[in-house]
Ligand binder design. Sequence first.
Ligand SMILES: Nc1ncnc2c1ncn2[C@@H]1O[C@H](COP(=O)(O)OP(=O)(O)OP(=O)(O)O)[C@@H](O)[C@H]1O
Ligand SMILES: [Mg+2]
Length: 343
Amino acid sequence: MQEQEKRILPQTLAGLVPGLAGKKVLLVGDVMLDEYLTGDAERISPEAPVPVVRVFGERHVLGGAGNVARNLCSLGGIPHVVCVTGTGNGAERMDSLLDKEGIERSFVRIAGRKTTCKTRVIAGRQQMLRIDREDTSPIGADALDELLDHVARHLEAHDVLIVSDYGKGVVSQAFMERLTALRDASSAKPLILVDPKTPNFRWYKRVFMLTPNAKETSEGANLPVGTREEIVAAGQAIFDSLHCERLLTTLGPRGMALFENRQTVWHIPTMAQEVFDVTGAGDTVIATASLSLAAGHSLLESCMLANCAAGIVVGHVGAATVTPAVLTKAILQGMVPVVERWL
Ligand SMILES: Nc1ncnc2c1ncn2[C@@H]1O[C@H](COP(=O)(O)OP(=O)(O)OP(=O)(O)O)[C@@H](O)[C@H]1O
Ligand SMILES: [Mg+2]
């Protein structure tokens, strides 16, 4: 008879956490700058009916694929980041933020292209405005060659490669085809994990695992994902169109559905938890699962660690990260759900 549930002892899962330290992950994707300008707003502008914000503070954080890198570092992993920037101040700032975290990187600097930057203007506790500076057009042929040269140079030293697609021009059909060709031709044959962006869905062919959220799963499969049966059917449609080896659909408060293959689906629920801010939970999932796979842990163990780590970051404000100590403590305090077979 088929197993209908799986139980992992908290001690067993916690025992895997130290193995994450020192593991390497190659990370290719859309690194962004998150800029926060903070101040007060006490008058209306004489020029137009808008508040005037007096800025007192300014803070910069790595976002997008950069947040995946932060999550990898926080768990003790060693990411190497390959990304695209412009040539101005934004690129310098990104460089120094990566430096501060001790993250190795290979930049493709493109003259005339904007370094993706999202600026939030905050007065008191109120966000007043967001200003986006970005170029989302696909990068040109020369830049793509350079990007893939960087990837090729680092591929053999890695067992796991993340594609963190925020739709800012790195990922294209040509990029995915050439990336999987590089993987096939390598001797390391790193596992490719993709955090997808809906418009690019059809290009993620023949990768190891995709980690879409419920909405991306629905849009990627062009099917609804309300019920358990619908989630399974949508996942199967993704297997049929993309020929991935595994699929991890994240379901927000419902945890995750792990497709070991088209016919074997496990449900990993979340444990009760106070939720403050779900921003960046998806980044935590792919970072933790990738690092755990790089450490040689099983897929289910890796996804359970990822689920637990994501459950911790949603309890914090902003794009939070998790340390091995915090993850271990949460696991031992009972954040280990029973995994139920869905198919
Ligand atoms: N409300 C919640 N309660 C508990 N865990 C949650 C909640 N929301 C998210 N999580 C955890 O985070 C994981 C990823 O969440 P979600 O499916 O919302 O990803 P996402 O939409 O890609 O997130 P984001 O785009 O904000 O980074 C879930 O699988 C779960 O483990
Ligand atoms: Mg996401």
